[in-house]
Design a protein around this ligand. Structure first.
Ligand SMILES: C/C(=C\Cc1cc(O)c2ccccc2c1O)CCC[C@H](C)CCC[C@H](C)CCCC(C)C
Ligand SMILES: C[S@@+](CC[C@H](N)C(=O)[O-])C[C@H]1O[C@@H](n2cnc3c(N)ncnc32)[C@H](O)[C@@H]1O
Length: 274
């Protein structure tokens, strides 16, 4: 796992890791250029990072149980709509335990490359363990990178596709995250962004809310993670509607944006073309 942050082996390791590829760390912003800590997060971001690290041990299991396995279908759709293909170099941002990165790995094959970035080392450790346990030859094309969505360690126009699964909603500065995704995507390439849908339908919002209060939180409480899963509800209510997301990505410079509802409107997938 490559760590782009305060607790090293930051620049040396990253640079070594990528020396065989042109994925040189972006030469631009200050700390990164000087080789100092680059995971400089606000306290809100620190709290979120801690939250995702705490839930890491049960995250995959609860996703399977809570969605009755449906999250796998939504993730396959997200990857498919990114248009990633054999030989591509792709980014899975906010990769967590790696579900989308593993799907991308199979799409791009051994001629391609998957950079999977997250700021929680525990989530990345889970991803690396899963990679070992369910080994497929193509998984050799995945690099797990500890880094911040708001300061991506890649040069401009580097990726053929970007996916984000349940990540954008959790990023403190969504506009900056979209600007970073825009920066690292090649012109004409796509970002495919899956998340809960902040619906404008009262029925869907009430159903989401009921499920979180009566199914998600009680189940998570059994693992001592009540507050962590209560956060889901507030994060959805503070998120953006499909229309607002389309506006956000257009403001970040994307030439086209379309938000699609999935799972009966409970989920949404935003497709943005640079
Ligand atoms: C994929 C799921 C959760 C991801 C997830 C995202 C976050 O941002 C978190 C933040 C903090 C803690 C946890 C998470 C987190 O787990 C699971 C989603 C399950 C849903 C609550 C909804 C389940 C819907 C139905 C059972 C499926 C019905 C499908 C039908 C086609 C309508
Ligand atoms: C709900 S999980 C989603 C994980 C995975 N993509 C999936 O679909 O299952 C959200 C992930 O976003 C990561 N994350 C949130 N903010 C981030 C940031 N600013 N930079 C990098 N990762 C971030 C968290 O650490 C967490 O692993």
């Amino acid at each position: 796992m490559w760590r782009v942050g305060a607790n090293g082996p930051p620049m040396a390791a990253l640079t070594a890791a990528i020396s065989s590829t042109p994925a040189a760390p972006s030469p631009a912003p200050g700390a990164r250029r000087r080789g100092f800590s680059v995971v400089r997060c606000s306290s809100a971001a620190d709290e979120r990072r801690a939250l995702f690290s705490r839930i890491a041990p049960i995250y995959d299991h609860l996703n399977d149980v809570l969605s009755l396995g449906q999250h796998r279908t939504w993730k396959r759709i997200c990857v498919s709509w990114s248009r990633a293909k054999r030989g591509d170099r792709v980014l899975d941002l906010c990769c967590g335990s790696g579900d989308l990165a593993f799907l991308l790995s199979q799409k791009v094959g051994l001629d391609g490359e998957v950079m999977a970035v997250d700021f929680s080392s525990q989530q990345l450790q889970t991803a690396a363990n899963r990679q070992d346990q369910r080994w497929k030859p193509c998984y050799k094309n995945i690099k797990w990178i500890e880094g911040d969505a708001l300061d991506l360690p890649f040069t401009d126009c580097y990726f053929d596709a970007v996916t984000v699964g349940y990540g954008l909603r959790n990023v403190v500065d969504k506009s900056k995250a979209m600007q970073e995704i825009f920066r690292v995507l090649k012109p004409g390439s796509r970002a495919s962004i899956l998340d809960f849908n902040k619906s404008s339908s009262l029925f869907t919002t009430s159903l989401q809310s009921w499920m979180i209060d009566n199914v998600v939180v009680p189940l998570a409480s059994g693992y001592g993670l009540t507050e962590e899963y209560k956060y889901l509800k507030s994060s959805i209510s503070q998120y953006l509607t499909g229309e607002e997301l389309e506006k956000l990505v257009q403001e970040a410079g994307f030439s086209a944006a379309k938000h699609y509802e999935l799972g009966g409107g409970l989920m949404g997938n935003l497709v943005a073309t640079r």
